[in-house]
Design a protein around this ligand. Structure first.
Ligand code: SF4
Ligand code: SF4
Length: 310
């Protein structure tokens, strides 16, 4: 018989969500309740395999009696709480956050953002010229004036292509810290990347900004798995996007078990035109929770080596 771990029984907490009385298990966050009830609250920095960071401020909601808006991703529900997720104040806050993010980072490969921009009427141009999607300034981080003299993005820098496996395109980074948490004590324990600099110079970096092959990185790709904006991507994806051949509508996903060792991690192979173009891992797998090692994540080239034998 298979034993299913349901965790400890939890008392129910009653509160009001957008006018409806709701009860949820004690310890649930406002975002947990919204997700369970199908109420969309946008978020970028929340990850289902990570602890909330409260970094992006997209999921702010109103709680009666609270002077400020509160982050739905981390605020736990208490008895009698009254929460509003879609008020004038929350919509205004989301509009502003989207404008600030869109004016400092290239969000062109962030899923859902275009829809949110339209829904909340966000106009990043109010905060200056949009972050450029290409032809980024070649100057090192810290010199953020764009060639036309305007103040450029915090992370205004060209994509870092320093290995054959994955690319770091920090012009798309919103500093959500998910990659740092995935690389650090929450999962990989490699601590290869962290936030460097302060204020407008804050950026994700390896130690002493070393190229990835000279850093502590072990190429598990767990940072890519959680990056919400495409700032971190497989080299295959980066190259195909540059060529204009990346097309998710033509891709198939096949989840299988990695064959390299006996751990049994689940891998999802993303294929386009019968070639593997990216590998992810299901976050609900109890084996790896979305994490892999270098072999499972990147060791698939042999599968499609169809050169005839000599
Ligand atoms: S690939 Fe793994 S070790 Fe390297 S930076 Fe990303 S999470 Fe850290
Ligand atoms: S690289 Fe991606 S995961 Fe890391 S901080 Fe930037 S947006 Fe977040």
């Amino acid at each position: 018989m298979t034993a299913v771990d349901l965790g400890l029984p939890r008392r129910l907490v009653e509160f009001t969500l957008d006018g409806q009385p709701v009860s949820v298990p004690e310890g649930s966050t406002i975002l947990d309740a919204c997700t369970a009830l199908g109420i969309e609250v946008p978020t970028l920095c929340w990850g289902d395999t990570l602890r909330p960071r409260n970094a992006c401020r997209m999921c702010m909601v109103e709680v009666e009696g609270s002077r400020t808006l509160v982050p739905a991703c981390s605020r736990r529900i208490t008895d009698g709480m009254v929460v509003r997720t879609d008020s004038e104040r929350t919509r205004h806050s989301r509009k502003l956050v989207l404008e600030l993010l869109g004016s400092s980072a290239d969000l062109s490969s962030t899923p859902e953002v275009a829809g949110w921009m339209a829904e909340y009427g966000a106009d990043p141009a109010r905060f200056g010229p949009p972050a450029p999607a290409e032809d980024r300034d070649e100057r090192p981080p810290g010199e953020h004036e764009a060639p036309d003299g305007s103040v450029a993005a915090t992370v205004h820098q060209p994509a870092k292509v320093d290995n054959d496996l994955y690319v770091r395109d920090y012009g798309k980074c919103i500093l959500c810290y998910k990659c740092v948490d995935a690389c650090g004590e929450q999962w990989q324990n490699s601590f290869a990347i962290a936030v460097a600099g302060r204020g407008f110079d804050a950026r994700i970096s390896t130690e002493f900004a070393a190229p990835l092959p000279e850093s502590a990185c072990v190429y598990c790709g767990n940072c890519i798995e959680v990056c919400p904006t495409g700032a971190l991507s497989f080299k295959t994806e980066f190259d195909m996007r540059a060529e204009g051949t990346w097309d998710e509508s033509r891709q198939r996903r096949t989840t299988t078990v990695c064959t390299y060792c006996g751990v049994g991690c689940n891998v999802t192979l993303h294929t386009q035109d019968n070639e593997i173009v990216r590998v992810t891992s299901p976050h609900d797998s109890s084996v790896g929770h979305g994490n892999l090692c270098i072999k499972g994540r990147f060791g698939w080239q042999h599968v499609q080596n169809r050169e005839p034998r000599p």
